[in-house]
Design a protein around this ligand. Sequence first.
Ligand SMILES: [Zn+2]
Length: 104
Amino acid sequence: MNSDEDCPVTPPKKYKRGSNIFVDDWLTSGEFKGWLEKVPDDVTKAKCKACKTLLNCGKNDLQKHAAGKKHCDNIKLIKASVNIRDALQRPTSNSEQKKISERS
Ligand SMILES: [Zn+2]
């Protein structure tokens, strides 16, 4: 009789675990600073302020999102709107006069 059951057991698929929870450090440092927002209801999610979309809290996912063209465009829009606000607060001098010399 075979007391030894030597049938190979296929190991269950290993899922990468670890940094799938929001890291507060992302808000203050690193490449996600400025557009990443914490989701209070779900620690496994993060929100992109620029795209107004929910993201998974994997660093790879966030990096992939950050590299996306749509995201880059949205970041530019945010920065542009900030610049406009900044410009409105600053009184611009309209003393620029262009003299056009006419030659006949
Ligand atoms: Zn985004």
